[in-house]
Write a protein that binds this ligand. Structure first.
Ligand SMILES: O=C(O)c1ccccc1NCC(=O)[C@H](O)[C@H](O)COP(=O)(O)O
Length: 265
């Protein structure tokens, strides 16, 4: 059975296969981009639970959330509410995002920004750096071990932080094998789209204390955030409940009031 995730990945891999830009040239270009803001550091140094607030126009599971949002206005509201970092979906076809959304959001704030996308090639990593991202997402379910290691090394060489997204214990093991220092546990099953709130709690104790722990998806408010902080998470990555809140800044502020552990090392 072909899943929605398979379809998204096939689309990204087809785009990458048609992209004839020279990777060495692109790496050189990316190497001259302005300095990055420390995404991992901002979370590790956060007082209380860190909040990664997402700019998300639409989703495959819910359709339009806030299709005509202004990335600069939303980003500024998030920052005003105390967001530690931003996440911007740059996938055009399935999420209605774009690289321009990321560049616009980042220019409006001082906090670091994650490019949330389906990274399938070294060109994607370079593009992330060139569009202004401070961190890049690697989804374990989308990559083999060789790709994950290669993209993580390239990202680090370009001073990008790397968030490795996992769904279960086996994917966590693969993330730790490439020395991931920031792991996101996605509570949403990318095949069924169902949010399993027990998933993040089950995986958290297996993540070493020096690794920054991010819980992703399905966070509806402070009660969910408190439960995840109690399970040992340092940050929550939140999209839908923030973009659909009447006052996104206040919604971030409520999440930021949740206490969290101190990251080691
Ligand atoms: O959001 C989806 O429906 C989705 C479906 C398939 C792959 C990825 C998907 N979302 C990307 C994300 O990881 C979320 O936008 C992010 O974790 C925030 O989730 P939420 O707070 O539930 O909007």
């Amino acid at each position: 059975m072909t899943t929605y995730l398979d379809a998204i990945l096939a689309a990204h891999r087809a785009l990458a296969a048609d992209d004839d830009r020279d990777v060495e040239w692109l790496i050189d270009q990316a190497g001259t981009a302005p300095p990055t803001r420390g995404f991992r550091r901002a979370i590790a140094e956060s007082e209380g639970l860190a909040v990664i607030a997402e700019v998300k126009r639409r989703s495959p599971s819910k359709g339009d959330l806030f299709a005509d949002l202004d990335p600069a206005v939303l980003a500024a509201a998030y920052e005003g509410g105390g967001a530690t970092c931003l996440s911007v979906l740059t996938d055009v076809g399935h999420f209605g995002g774009s690289p321009a959304d990321l560049a616009t959001a980042r220019a409006a704030v001082g906090v670091p920004v994650l490019r949330k996308d389906f990274t399938v090639s070294p060109l994607d990593v370079c593009d992330a750096r060139l569009m202004g991202a401070d961190a890049v997402l690697l989804i374990a379910a989308a990559l083999d071990d060789g790709e994950m290691r290669h993209f993580a090394e390239l990202a680090r060489a370009l001073t990008l932080d790397v968030l490795v997204e996992v769904h279960d214990e086996a994917e966590l093991e693969r993330a730790l094998a490439i020395d991931a220092d920031m792991v996101g546990v996605n509570q949403r099953d990318l095949v069924t789209f169902e949010v399993d709130t027990a998933r993040a709690e089950r995986v958290a104790p297996l993540i070493p204390p020096s690794v920054v722990r991010v819980a992703e998806s399905g966070v509806r408010g402070p009660d969910d955030a408190r439960r995840l902080a109690d399970a040992g998470y340092d940050a929550v990555l939140v999209g839908e409940s923030l973009v659909t809140a009447g006052d996104p800044g206040a919604a971030v502020e409520a999440l930021r009031a949740v206490p969290a552990r101190q990251v080691e090392g």
